[in-house]
Design a binder for this molecule. Structure first.
Ligand SMILES: *[C@@H]1O[C@H](CO)[C@@H](O)[C@H](O)[C@H]1NC(C)=O
Ligand SMILES: *[C@@H]1O[C@H](CO)[C@@H](O)[C@H](O)[C@H]1NC(C)=O
Length: 490
């Protein structure tokens, strides 16, 4: 395995060294922008859509949201999607990553009742994209679980894997003739944490160290079953590709003798999902299994809080990918140490995290600008999992709004430069990039206080006008020239 990886890296490096500029995107590399249904669509109860867990959280516990707002109208993309397509087209985007709202398609989560108005909406969007030469890349689940399924316990309940597979089948049947790139899940790491705190993301359930690991298991089962189902029922005809979008924060050892703390961090936060799918051996990585087993025993539990995977499941899951979607924003510094409640994933991980005060800040407390970390993280993935095809499905910067977003411009150019080094110099197999985000939108618990869009949206205006920011203009230049402009090179 290691030997193979080295071979691939060497061959690719030699291949690119001949004449390829390190600041140019390779032929065939895909460039575009991304959004998610709850953050932009609005139309929360339009035309038969069911209630989802974000409707419930923002309506019943708006106190959790920074500005107490919700996604009832958001960017009104349910009505204004042609505006979004127009801006993508003007930017020269080759693709648009968006997600489908489960409760808009299946109001109660189950596939016995299909909302035709929801099918029509996504048909209109997909057809408009294709008419304008933009390829759709569709996230099947981006955090907006139908409330009826949360009423059954939500993601910790393994039965959701089956319901999720049934929902995915409805999408393949209705849209798979035109959608060729699918992502099963966006950032399981983030929504598993929604079962580890009652002041967090929806559904905000306080079962740390248990509900989060159960969620992780359901997600792995669902992902693998969807991949296999597509193989059996659709792939031959539709010829699409399926991946999963994982999020991670790079962990830079605070000193050279703290490397093991960051390696553990990688295995807990990325490896728990990536290893069963992308490694040759499958299953969970051994480090988290040992640590959670050990802590569970110490806490007096008879069985481990990390549910085991059967050998049959290991086999079924290994290799269930055509690409790895990867969301990346920032870095931490890491060192050994124990923190967090008993029990909790934080305590199980055994790493204490901080950020370097020298790293430039954004509007988000967790997001500092650390471009070199992207190159390191991409190399970590390539080495750990045999250099799989990687699609950077999210990368972006938050501020408080405004059209002259010079910090965001710098963020994109610097991160893209590091990604291109990973591709050209290190031979990492990255084949696509969608900037987060096309639009200012409902940024979850931050409401509308943090802005990630390359297009400004005026949330005081009921018509929700979109205006391209400086960053949209620079991305337009990059998408069209397919290289980093001279003025951003050192
Ligand atoms: C790309 O970067 C590598 C390593 O820094 C360097 O050896 C090579 O000359 C560069 N290629 C080009 C075309 O600039
Ligand atoms: C944008 O801001 C930068 C500095 O923050 C300034 O140099 C530049 O002139 C501004 N551009 C416009 C179009 O206002």
């Amino acid at each position: 395995m290691k030997f193979q990886t080295v071979c691939i890296v060497v061959i690719v490096t030699i291949g690119f060294a001949a004449g390829h500029d390190n600041t140019t995107f390779p032929d065939g590399f895909l460039l575009g922008a991304a959004t998610a249904s709850y953050q932009i669509e609005g139309g929360w109860n339009a035309d038969g859509k069911g209630v989802n867990i974000w409707d419930t959280l923002t309506h019943e516990r708006s106190i959790y949201v920074e500005d107490k707002y919700n996604g009832d109208l958001a960017d009104d993309s349910y009505n204004l999607y042609m505006e979004d397509v127009k801006h993508l087209k003007n930017m020269g985007a080759q693709l648009y990553r968006f997600s489908i709202s489960w409760a808009r398609i299946l109001p109660e989560g189950h596939d016995y009742k299909i909302n035709e108005a929801g099918i029509d909406y996504y048909n209109r969007l997909i057809n408009a994209l294709l008419d304008n030469g933009i390829e759709p890349i569709v996230t099947i689940y981006h955090w907006d679980l139908p409330q009826k399924l949360q009423d059954l316990g939500g993601w910790p309940n393994i039965v959701l894997a089956t319901y999720n597979e049934n929902y995915a089948r409805v999408l393949f049947k209705n849209f798979g003739d035109r959608v060729k790139l699918w992502i099963t899940f966006n950032e399981p790491r983030t929504f598993m944490a929604a079962y580890a705190s009652d002041t967090g993301m929806a559904p905000s359930i306080n079962t740390p160290g248990i509900g989060d690991y159960l969620t992780s298991r359901t997600v792995l089962t669902a992902h693998a079953n969807i991949y296999r189902m597509y193989e059996r029922e659709f792939k031959q005809q539709q010829k699409g590709k399926i991946g999963i979008s994982l999020w991670n924060v790079w962990c830079e050892p605070i000193s050279t003798n703290q490397v093991d703390a960051c390696e553990r961090y990688q295995q807990f936060h990325l490896g728990l999902r990536a290893h069963p799918i992308f490694s040759e051996s499958g299953n969970y990585p051994s480090v988290p299994v040992k640590r959670v087993d050990h802590n569970s025993r110490a806490e007096g539990l008879t069985s481990s809080r990390l549910p085991k995977i059967t050998p049959e499941e290991v086999n079924c899951r290994t290799g269930t990918y055509d690409f790895l979607g990867f969301n990346f924003y920032t870095s931490n510094l890491g060192k050994r140490g124990v923190t967090g409640g008993i029990p909790s994933k934080g305590r199980d991980t055994g790493a204490i995290l901080s950020q370097d005060a020298e790293w430039p800040e954004s509007a988000s407390s967790w997001l500092r600008v650390v471009p070199w970390a992207l190159r390191k993280q991409l190399n970590w993935i390539a080495n750990a999992y045999g250099n799989p095809p990687i699609f950077v499905t999210e990368n972006g910067y938050s501020d408080y709004g405004g059209l002259n977003d010079t910090s965001r411009v710098l963020y994109y150019s610097e991160y893209m430069k590091e990604m291109l080094k990973a591709i050209h110099i290190d031979g990492v197999n990255v084949f696509g990039y969608t900037a987060w985000s096309l639009l200012d939108n409902f940024e979850w618990l931050a409401g509308y206080t943090e802005r990630f869009g390359v297009c400004d949206v005026d949330f005081d205006d009921p018509n929700r006008p979109r205006i391209p920011k400086e960053s949209a203009k620079v991305l337009t230049e990059i998408f069209n020239t397919r290289k980093i402009p001279e003025r951003f090179l050192d």
